[in-house]
Design a protein around this ligand. Structure first.
Ligand code: O7E
Length: 213
């Protein structure tokens, strides 16, 4: 099977349900993203459990946005638990992001997918792209809900820095459009985990993504 470019946003609370959905969909995924709902509901041990269950990388989407020392304290524990990547906000400044990058592979938010992202984040996206180009993280987060912004971010971003795009499905983004615009990976949550058949939903999105690869 071709390498997947699909990331599952596993935003459920319960450990058993998370492990079951991960097991059912793993064949179609590149990685699993865990966010606060799952960490709050199931604890940090869910990270090694998901890795053991699926063999897939885990992205800890903590959207870290604190002073360097606090970012370091949090990221240290989360990498130690087995996270392969951590997502951090860039708007807090390069020292805060560097504190995370010193400990492991990091993904920086340069623009978000919801309508409110236009208020404060989008106006500073250019500067966040500059930050990413300077620090060279593994990747950046860009909005699948606005393919034209993904294309813009791709045109300004150093080659080699990956673009990960949430917002496909429940938020209205279309996988094909955002991949055509230059995304490397798409992040999908509700359209998979809240569907009647998560495995089949993941398979359908995987096939759609593959058609663009
Ligand atoms: O809308 P869904 O259910 O497909 O889930 C989308 C997931 O991506 C969810 O975990 C949400 O917190 C996350 N996300 C966005 O939806 N928009 C963003 O701009 C950023 C993220 C995200 O992954 O953040 C990484 C920083």
């Amino acid at each position: 099977m071709a390498e997947s470019r699909l990331i599952l946003a596993l935003d459920v609370y319960e450990r058993e349900r998370a492990l079951e959905i991960a097991r059912e969909t793993a064949d179609y995924l590149w990685a699993i993203k865990v966010n606060w709902p799952l960490i709050i509901g199931s604890g940090l041990d869910i990270i090694p459990e998901l890795k053991e269950e699926t063999g897939l990388p885990v992205i800890a989407d903590l959207k870290l946005a604190d002073i360097p020392n606090t970012n370091r304290l949090i990221a240290g524990k989360v990498f130690e638990a087995g996270a392969d990547y951590i997502i951090a906000h860039g708007f807090v400044g390069s020292d805060s992001v560097e504190a995370v990058m010193e400990l492991g592979k990091t993904i920086i938010v340069v623009e978000m997918s919801h309508p409110g992202a236009r208020e404060f984040i989008q106006p500073v996206t250019d500067r966040l792209i500059e930050l990413a180009n300077r620090l060279e993280p593994f990747g950046v987060i860009a909005p699948a809900t606005r393919p034209e912004r993904v294309a813009y971010i791709r045109s300004k971003l150093k080659p080699g820095i990956k673009i990960l795009t949430p917002g496909v499905g429940a938020q209205g983004g279309k996988a094909g459009e955002v991949l055509k615009a230059g995304a490397d990976y798409i992040i999908v949550g509700r359209s998979i985990y809240a569907s009647d058949n998560p495995r089949e939903s993941a398979r359908q999105i995987y096939e759609e993504v593959r058609a663009w690869s």
